[in-house]
Write a protein of this length. Structure first.
Length: 255
C-alpha cells in the first residue's frame, strides 16, 4: 500500500483508504451524501469532461481524449473511447478547450506559476497527527513553496469567485493541501487557483485565498475529520439535519 508522501504518476486506484479534500466537502454537506459518493461512481458531465481536457492541455499531461463527431456508430465509438479511459469530445468542444488552455498559457501570472510549479498531477498523502486519519488528494502542479490548481469557472471576478469558493469548498481544499504538505515537512506558502472563464473571451485570473479564508477552511476540515471518524466507527451515515429556520446570509442583505 502506498504510504504518506508526495507522489507522481500515481493512479487514484492506488491511493490508500482515507479522507480526500473532495470527500471532506461531501461530508460537510451530509454524511449520507459522502457515503453515496464513495459507493457510487458519479457520471461526468460535459462541463467536467471539458475541464479535464483543459487541464491536460494546460499542464502538458498525456492526452486523455479522443475526438468523436457525429456519423454512423457515434454512440458505439463514444462508448469504446470511455472503455479505454478516454473522454469522447467533439472537434468544436476540443477547440473551445484549446482556447481556454491557450488563454491560461498566455496569461503572464498564470504562466509564471505554471513554470515554477514543475511537478504535475501530484498525489499528496499524509496522516493527520491529531487523529491518525489518512488524508489524500491530488494537486494539478506543485513547486517548492506553492501549489497550483486550475479551475474552469463561470465567473472569475473577485466578488463572484469568493461566493464560488464557499459554495464549492475551495477554502477546505486549500486548508487540506496546505496542512498535508506541512505534515510531510514540505510546507507551501499558498495554493494558487488559476481560473479561466468558460465563455469568450476566456478571461484568466489568479486567486489566492487569504489567511482568514484558509483558517475558515481549516475549521471545516477539522469538522469533516471528526464526522469521518464518528460515522466510520458507528456505520451510520445520516442525511440532513431536522427542520430549522434559515436566515439570509450577510452578502444577500447587501442592497
Amino acid at each position: 500500500m502506498i504510504g504518506p508522501g508526495i507522489h507522481t504518476n500515481l493512479g487514484r486506484s492506488e491511493w490508500p483508504p482515507g479522507l480526500s479534500a473532495s470527500g471532506a466537502k461531501d461530508l460537510l454537506k451530509a454524511p449520507a451524501y459522502y457515503r453515496y459518493r464513495q459507493d457510487n461512481r458519479t457520471a461526468s458531465t460535459p462541463d467536467m469532461e471539458t475541464g479535464t481536457v483543459v487541464h491536460a492541455l494546460t499542464l502538458g499531461t498525456p492526452q486523455c481524449w479522443r475526438t468523436i463527431d457525429g456519423g454512423r456508430g457515434v454512440t458505439e465509438r463514444r462508448e469504446a473511447a470511455r472503455a479505454e479511459g478516454l473522454i469522447p469530445i467533439t472537434l468544436d468542444a476540443l477547440a473551445e478547450a484549446a482556447k481556454m488552455a491557450a488563454a491560461i498559457l498566455n496569461h503572464p501570472e498564470a504562466r509564471e506559476l505554471l513554470d515554477y510549479c514543475a511537478l504535475r498531477e501530484v498525489a499528496v498523502i499524509a496522516q493527520d497527527p491529531d487523529t491518525g486519519v489518512m488524508m489524500r488528494g491530488q494537486l494539478d502542479a506543485l513547486g517548492e513553496r506553492c501549489g497550483l490548481d486550475v479551475k474552469t469557472v463561470k465567473e472569475g471576478a473577485i466578488r463572484d469567485f469568493a461566493r464560488q469558493a464557499v459554495t464549492y469548498g475551495y477554502d477546505v481544499q486549500a486548508a487540506v493541501y496546505q496542512d498535508m504538505l506541512t505534515w510531510l515537512g514540505k510546507p507551501i506558502d499558498f495554493l494558487a487557483m488559476v481560473l479561466v472563464e468558460k465563455t469568450p473571451p476566456y478571461l484568466v485570473a489568479v486567486r489566492l485565498l487569504d489567511d482568514q479564508f484558509v483558517d475558515l477552511g481549516r475549521r471545516k476540515m477539522r469538522r469533516a475529520i471528526d464526522l469521518y471518524l464518528k460515522h466510520s466507527e458507528s456505520g451510520d451515515w445520516p442525511g440532513y439535519e431536522p427542520y430549522a429556520y434559515v436566515s439570509a446570509p450577510r452578502w444577500a442583505q447587501e442592497v
